[in-house]
Write a protein that binds this ligand. Structure first.
Ligand code: C2G
Length: 131
């Protein structure tokens, strides 16, 4: 069984996220999502989410492509996650191109997928504010 992992905040879940998760699952048989915690978002990613961690986790767990959701609490956990969860492939959007190539040293394939154009959580927030 080929095991895949990806990470993200996934706030205000939208079709760009779904496109990513669908393609990530297509890389293997089992998809784990490292979901950024509220603390990690606030302290390290400078993001304030509309939905809190439990609400975002609930949404992700309802997606057919997602097999397991784990907390993402630090930038550094990826190396240990890859070993702990016996990951074959790491997947993320190409806005992160090159940032996680170090995972290849852990024997993990690294795949950057094209982002879905013209949709983002920030865009949704901005357009709602200016309605
Ligand atoms: N994404 C996408 N297309 C979009 C928007 C997002 O493919 N239009 C992808 C991103 O590239 C990412 C995933 O959906 O792979 C989740 O997006 P975010 O929640 O914005 O993820 P991010 O904040 O970049 O977190 O350690 C890695 C970070 O936690 C990634």
């Amino acid at each position: 069984m080929k095991r895949v992992i990806t990470y993200g905040t996934f706030d205000l879940l939208h079709y760009g996220h779904i496109n990513l998760l669908k393609r990530a699952k297509e890389q293997g048989d089992y998809l784990i999502v490292g979901l950024s915690t509220d603390e990690f978002n606030k302290d390290k990613k400078n993001k304030v989410c509309y939905f809190d961690y439990e609400q975002r986790k609930h949404l992700l767990e309802a997606i057919r492509y997602v097999d397991l959701v784990i907390p993402e609490e630090s930038w550094e956990q990826k190396r240990s996650d890859v070993h702990e969860f016996k990951i074959d492939t790491f997947v993320i959007g190409n806005d992160w191109e090159g940032h996680f190539d170090f995972l290849k040293e852990e024997g993990c394939e690294v795949v950057y997928l094209d982002r879905t154009p013209d949709i983002s959580t920030t865009k949704i927030k901005n357009e709602l504010e200016h309605q």
